[in-house]
Design a protein around this ligand. Sequence first.
Ligand SMILES: Cc1cc2nc3c(=O)[nH]c(=O)nc-3n(C[C@H](O)[C@H](O)[C@H](O)COP(=O)(O)OP(=O)(O)OC[C@H]3O[C@@H](n4cnc5c(N)ncnc54)[C@H](O)[C@@H]3O)c2cc1C
Ligand code: FES
Length: 370
Amino acid sequence: MNAMMKSDSYPLLSESAEEPSRAGSSALSAWQGGTLTCLERRDETANSASFVLVASESVRFDFMPGQFVTIGVDTASGRQYRAYSISSSPSRSETLTITVKRVDGGLVSNHLLDHFHAGSQLEASAPAGSFRLDPADVPESIVLLSAGSGITPMMSIVRWLRDCRSDVRIHFIHSARSEADFMFSDELLALSQQANFRLDLFLTQPEQTIACHTGRLTPEQLDALLTEASDNADRRRFFLCGNYAYMAMVEHWFAASGLPVEELRKESFTPAELPPAETSGAVFQLTVPSFGKTAAIADGQTLLEIMEAEGLPIIGACRSGVCGSCKCKVVEGEVERISTETLTPDDIAAGYALACNTRAHGDVIVELAV
Ligand SMILES: Cc1cc2nc3c(=O)[nH]c(=O)nc-3n(C[C@H](O)[C@H](O)[C@H](O)COP(=O)(O)OP(=O)(O)OC[C@H]3O[C@@H](n4cnc5c(N)ncnc54)[C@H](O)[C@@H]3O)c2cc1C
Ligand code: FES
């Protein structure tokens, strides 16, 4: 194993002082967002680190494995917001851990990896997201498919299952470049020796220091690895997180294999491109009365683009219609909502929209207060 790698010292419950907790079992109130302080930084690989965070008051971090938080940090380019999956388990509810991988030229990932240490603080929203394992609806068997930093929500799922439901079978199929890029390697290699846990690791540039498949994961390999899964009558659920090409390949394989689509949960970390806009070329007016702002908006342009350009205090953390940070209210006007992922039917009926995924097709009046 590469000498730069540090083991993720996530203790087994038997070594941990803290007992596993389930939502509602603790007398402490659930954390609803606010300032968090870094208790500990753990370097996972040369280009990634976990940050163990605590709140200033005694609270319980209540979330479902797989969910994320939206954080705000002050960088050299001002306050920036991004979404990060929680990599710790809600069964260890005193702390919340995020794990960040460096993105070339990326503002926030580089800021965190270069400047964020024990004692540093950030702002975070309450945990959210529909990519999650509901503790009330756990299947007999789980297949986790991740590539690169897509491993982080899987770790929360694995850690929670190991703490609270060790009867559930886990098949973890992970892809990375090399051993040096394999996050949580020590923990996962140790788990792979346990019952009910199978690890299939795919490395494109292996250094041959650990047992792995060489090369990219292919549909043929998925067939070979998961034939048993598709033939078996057990209830299985698949969780998928990785880059665009990886996810497209797995989704295509999933559909071609005739597996039930409702058993596939997926999340993408990279900003998704919106489908091309059908535009008449017309220019409309966007008004935000509470800020006294009026601006031109082209037919088919997103509300977020214009509100950011006008300096309005709207947060576009994921720009993919996933995190909900850009929620706003369309008071009047014709809009096209592309993603409504975090909105309830009542929200939509009341006019709420995700500004990053909402296009104007007429004059529009918007309120930011939600
Ligand atoms: C729900 C959700 C959960 C996420 N969880 C995690 C997590 O657990 N760990 C983690 O490291 N990241 C995670 N991300 C990605 C994270 O939010 C940031 O997008 C990422 O850290 C890059 O931010 P940045 O400010 O460094 O780069 P930016 O300054 O925003 O972008 C720089 C360039 O990199 C591209 N880019 C942005 N994100 C990525 C990416 N992930 N991979 C490759 N290129 C990218 C951008 O398109 C841009 O061209 C998650 C994203 C979402 C939506
Ligand atoms: S920025 Fe995340 S939903 Fe719009």
